[in-house]
Design a protein around this ligand. Structure first.
Ligand SMILES: [Zn+2]
Length: 353
């Protein structure tokens, strides 16, 4: 089990500079590869300049997180003997840099520009395979994570919402892991579950009273820590189970069947509601929470018809059968899913949406 050796949440250029100095204090890399996109590096040239002060640094620009981009990055690290790799970006650059570093056994540093998911510190990399499908590959946690709040606060509000939705999922994933401990192949790691659950408590339910457009640095820092801790819980468990249960299966099924143009945390948020209703836990609270923040409650909120969405719920129960969740337990029929969606709608009406 590897967890990040350095975690810095910084708020000024000087603090970010000091964070890198500490990271490189013991082992200064000779050659550092920066994996990023062209638009990101234009905005964050100052980070590149900071890194280039005492070592050889080169850029490797990527557009996608697909297999071709991954192969090219692996070859680049190998050919030019880079001994450290930093991913600067939202998701794609981090995924590619994380997995390529894992294959080539070099240190990986994560510098997220968005707080939209818990991949910023997790040992999992998402690699696209074809148009609709993406594969979650097991890699290693970053050696270091630097979250620069100045950069994060300039990101779209939707990315913050996505991160919140992804973090709330830990609550439902940990309920799945706890309730179905005996039905899963791997044992439930209680430390990992406790970390994942307390990470989600940094935002749920307290963030329901915040205004996303006016989110403070303090709240952003709280979200950043939550997402980092979520990643660490996966490293401790040795799998993504503390942060991924039935709600993530729903999210994957939606992505696979409909590829909606919304962030990961939005489809996960719909999964959070389904999971809450199936477990009969936090039903009103999750609807209130999503509505107050502007996260989706049901499929119609992201433009998917109810009749179509039923197929996603049915399909979700067939994803990763080794990870037993409330979906495999209930083995819902089409009629039962319709009934469930009606119930969600009813409670939504009562709660006030
Ligand atoms: Zn997720």
């Amino acid at each position: 089990m590897k967890i990040p050796q350095h975690i810095y949440i910084t708020d000024k250029k000087r603090e970010t500079k000091e964070a890198f100095e500490k990271i490189f204090q013991t082992e200064n890399p000779e050659k550092l590869l920066v994996v990023t996109s062209i638009s990101t590096i234009k905005q964050l040239k100052w980070v590149f300049d900071l890194l280039a002060r005492n070592r050889r640094v080169e850029k490797h620009l990527i557009k996608k997180n697909d297999k071709q981009a991954l192969e090219k990055t692996i070859k680049r690290i190998r050919k030019d003997s880079f001994d450290c790799c930093i991913g600067i970006g939202g998701g794609k650059a981090l995924d590619i840099a994380k997995y390529a570093s894992f294959v080539e056994k070099v240190r990986f540093i994560s510098f997220p520009t968005l707080l939209s998911h818990d991949g910023i510190a997790s040992p999992v990399a998402v690699i696209r395979d074809g148009k609709h499908w993406s594969e979650s590959r097991k890699a290693e946690s970053p050696y270091a994570v630097v979250v620069d709040l100045m950069t994060i606060s300039r990101a779209p509000a939707k990315s913050i919402l996505s991160g919140i939705g992804d973090l709330v999922a830990n609550l439902f994933a940990s309920i799945d892991a706890e309730v179905f401990e005996k039905k899963c192949k791997s044992p439930n790691n209680e430390l990992a579950a406790a970390i994942a659950r307390s990470a989600s408590s940094l935002v749920f339910p307290s963030f329901s009273s915040i205004s996303i457009g006016r989110i403070s640095k303090k709240e952003l820092k709280q979200l950043a820590w939550g997402l980092v801790l979520s990643g660490i819980s996966m490293s401790i468990a040795g799998n993504s189970r503390p942060a991924s249960g039935a709600e993530h299966k729903i999210s994957h099924a939606i992505d696979y069947l409909f590829s909606p143009p919304v962030s990961h945390g939005f489809t996960v948020s719909i999964g959070n509601v389904i999971s809450a209703f199936l477990h009969r836990r936090y039903k009103n609270e999750i609807i209130e929470f999503n509505l107050s923040l502007g996260l989706p409650v049901s499929c119609e909120d992201i433009g998917i018809e109810k009749e179509e969405f039923v197929n996603a719920v049915l399909y979700a129960g067939k994803i990763r059968p080794d990870r037993h969740t409330i979906l495999e337990e209930k083995k819902l029929t089409k009629k039962e899913v319709m009934y469930l969606l009606d119930e969600i709608e009813k409670v939504r009406g009562e709660v006030g949406g």
